[in-house]
Write a protein that binds this ligand. Structure first.
Ligand SMILES: [Zn+2]
Length: 431
């Protein structure tokens, strides 16, 4: 029988595996896809671990990249029984890139003194990292879970990342669409401490995310993140924040298209208001008032969506009555954030009333002019402006009841829109 080596290669470093392939596949027992013999795998793994522990002490480099773990993995604990594969409690570097964990991963209290790499790893069972410590204080990265896929719960409760934790483009709770209460498969960073950055850009959370009391000493990156379920970020404290969104604008496309302006999507209406509030408060702390305005805009929209979820009838009524005011504030000023949008709405109101006065000359008492003459349109524009500003010079007067009504409506709209100018200027320049 000819001797064949394992044909697995690490896609990122093109490093191959030099172990012997098993009789029935092109891979060694460690890299062979499922199904495979657990005792055989356990034996090979234990040989591997003791070799590394002997050779590299104390800066042990555990290279498990591409391994396919056929059953649960844990750090050694007597209560877990015999069906498990064991990891050492302390490691120098842990490389699990492209590794597949077919069972649960229970690495509670694991200590990785250098860095842990789980790039493109796949967790088919639970991934529990409670109380683990990752990373060097000096190095740039303490843990990389970029492009990792978590099929079930991922728990990073009380975990300490001594420098940056990178989860970009990871997918959490794939296939789960439960609600918060029913869904035990949530992702939790509760009370985790990240001394560097937390990279969650491009992450997809199919399941609930819990970031209660999470401390991030540097920046929290959320560009392009997609939260499809419950998102609890109460008391999450980041030093600064990147969302990758654009400010609310007066561009008309922006009035309808939500996604065009914001790369972050929060689908759960019950919790999105709190999510945006956290964003706004972080931006305010950073002194980024434009970003805070934009976050406030999304906070208000989320709040309006949550109206129908209010419990009692009176709460519902109050919220529904607030909708018109809310709509006015949103479309005319982007909730006090956009002076451009306010000026556009001034122009729209003045222009449309001027057109009404020009096209229906019988509304006003004034010398009759041809409808399409410049004189007629200029006079109408002038009258519309004096009405809008509630100047009321009285040189032109309403002719009919309908004319009086039109003027009253324009004057009321003008009063409100002019008052809003004070509000927007105040918000923008006096904080
Ligand atoms: Zn191999």
């Amino acid at each position: 029988m000819s001797y064949r080596t394992c044909s697995w290669t690490n896609k990122t470093s093109t490093q191959g595996c030099r172990r012997a392939a098993t009789e029935d596949s092109d891979f060694c027992i460690l890299h062979k896809p499922m199904p495979k013999s657990i005792p055989e795998f356990r034996q090979a793994l234990e040989v591997q671990i003791s070799e590394i522990a002997e050779r590299d002490r104390p800066h042990s480099y555990f290279d498990f990249s591409g391994y396919v773990f056929p059953s649960g993995v844990a750090v050694r604990r007597p209560e877990l029984g015999d069906g498990w594969l064991w990891f050492p409690m302390t490691m120098g570097t842990l490389d699990c890139s492209e590794t597949v964990f077919a069972g649960d991963v229970v690495l509670r209290g694991l200590h990785v003194s250098n860095s842990a790499v789980f790039t493109k790893a796949e967790f088919c069972g639970l991934a529990l990292f409670d109380d683990a410590v990752f990373g060097p204080r000096e190095g740039p990265l303490s843990a990389v879970f970029a492009d990792a896929v978590f099929h079930k719960a991922a728990v990073f409760r009380h975990v300490k990342f001594l420098s940056t934790a990178n989860f970009s483009d990871a997918k959490f709770g794939v296939g789960s669409h439960g609600s918060w209460d029913e869904d035990p498969l949530r992702v939790s960073f509760e009370r985790a401490e990240i001394d560097g950055e937390l990279q969650l850009s491009g992450c997809k959370f199919h399941t609930g995310l819990e970031m209660r009391n999470t401390r991030i000493r540097e920046r929290l990156f959320l560009e392009g993140a997609h939260f499809m379920s419950f998102t609890d970020v109460g008391l999450c404290d980041a030093q600064c924040l990147s969302l990758g969104f654009h400010r609310p604008t007066t561009r008309w496309i922006g009035l309808w298209s939500k996604r065009a302006r914001c790369s972050v999507v929060v689908e759960d209406h019950k919790t999105s208001e709190e999510f945006w509030r956290m964003c706004r408060q972080t931006f305010e702390k950073e002194g980024k008032s434009d970003e805070a305005d934009a976050a406030f805009y999304f906070e208000r929209i989320a709040g309006r969506r949550a109206v129908l979820l209010k419990r009692t009838l009176s709460e519902k009524l109050i919220s529904i009555l607030g909708i018109p005011l809310d709509l006015v504030l949103r479309y005319t000023t982007a909730y006090g954030g956009s002076i451009g949008r306010l000026l556009v709405s001034w122009a729209v109101v003045i222009g449309s009333f001027a057109s009404i006065f020009a096209l229906v000359p019988t509304l006003l008492v004034r010398p009759s002019l041809p409808v399409w003459s410049v004189q007629n349109w200029l006079t109408s524009l002038y009258f519309s402006m004096t009405t809008f500003t509630t100047l009321g010079l009285g040189d032109i007067q309403p002719a009919r009841m309908l004319g009086r009504l039109a003027i009253s409506v324009e004057a009321a709209a003008g009063g409100v829109l002019m008052a809003l100018l004070v509000l927007v200027l105040g918000r923008k320049h006096m904080r």
